[in-house]
Write a protein of this length. Structure first.
Length: 336
């Protein structure tokens, strides 16, 4: 069992900044996220997208913002449970909660901060009739461990940043990478598109445009082939492969959060703006996952919510301690 002071559900920018603010109060944090890496949708969906409304940064790429936040929280040594969904919350005693992930891993803390952004991200799946037959048998919707694909034949489908970036990365890991896209135009970063085109021309990456994967076949244990339907060819082309990665992005859903007894309004958690607490004492909701009168779904607003929330979390653990605000300009980070 993992024990900490604050369990943060969601590793997006607001969840990460919560670690910093909690660290200034000497509170330990552990973050749970269904995605295999920190950053939420900033990392998974648009890492190269510029953001203009972060104070002090006239412009910052989404991926760079996450890198900076990770560097900022390094001194406080947070724990991470990544690639797992938080499925249940149970009250253990007068103070503590137990959060269990889908693998059965348990986390104990007196405070829970739900920073799940728009909710649990679930993969957008292509309309292939027997797709579910090969899930965990060769079909992966996200890359958790690139070494899994070492010296294997990989087929990636998609036209966004995730499909482009992983195709470029895995070409140096896998025996062969084939990128399949139903169009001739890509939605990803221009630099990534150009690299894919260059590596395709040199033969380091196999690129099939105006093509879709429409069928799968294999044994009862493993995927062996994908069927590619080209716009210009009547016959299906069967491609031998060990893994099929349909990377069409993620769709946000409230997921298990809807069953945790929280007050919900239109797929968002109602909170008290004094400290962003929910109707369950000790459980808070910050960032895009919450709602209140005048709510603005902006990263900087989530940072503000996280700052007030950790003050309340501290008082919940140490009700008799006098909490005195200290400025980082005076104490630095190491002084806390």
């Amino acid at each position: 069992m993992i024990e900490t002071d604050i369990i943060i559900i969601g590793a997006g920018p607001v969840g990460l900044f919560t670690v910093f603010e909690a660290g200034l109060l000497k509170l330990r944090c552990h973050i749970i996220d269904v995605l295999p890496q920190p950053g939420g949708q900033l990392t998974e969906i648009y890492p190269k997208k510029p953001i203009y409304d972060i104070p002090g940064f006239p412009e910052v790429l989404a991926g760079d913002l996450i890198d900076n936040l990770m560097k900022q929280i390094e001194p406080f040594k947070p724990g991470f449970t990544l690639g797992e969904k938080a499925v249940s919350i149970e009250k253990m005693d007068d103070l503590n909660f137990l959060v269990t992930t889908e693998s059965g891993l348990q986390h104990k803390a007196p405070n829970i901060a739900i920073a799940g952004g728009l909710g649990v991200f679930e993969p957008r799946k292509p309309p292939i009739s027997n797709l579910s037959d090969f899930e965990k048998k060769g079909v992966d919707y996200m890359v958790k461990d690139p070494e899994k694909y070492r010296n294997k034949n990989i087929v990636v489908a998609g036209g966004g940043d995730s499909a482009l970036d992983w195709s470029l990365f895995l070409k140096d890991v896998a025996a062969k990478v084939t990128l399949v896209h139903r169009s001739g135009e890509f939605r990803g970063h221009l630099d990534s598109v150009q690299k894919v085109m260059d590596f395709s021309a040199s033969g380091d990456l196999n690129l099939l445009t105006y093509t879709e994967i429409t069928e799968l076949k294999g044994t009862s244990d493993n995927l062996t082939h994908v069927g590619a339907k080209s716009k210009d060819q009547a016959e299906l082309q069967w491609i031998e492969t060990d893994y099929f990665l349909p990377l069409f992005g993620l769709s946000p859903k409230l997921g298990p959060i809807a069953d945790w007894g929280l007050n919900i309004d239109k797929n968002a958690i109602l909170v008290n703006t004094e400290d962003y607490s929910t109707n369950i004492p000790g459980i808070y909701a910050i960032g895009d996952i919450n709602t209140y009168k005048g709510k603005l779904k902006l990263i900087l607003c989530g940072f503000h919510e996280a700052t007030l929330m950790v003050q309340s979390a501290f008082k919940r653990i140490y009700p008799d301690k006098n909490l005195v605000l200290k400025y980082t300009t005076v104490n630095g980070v190491n002084g806390f």
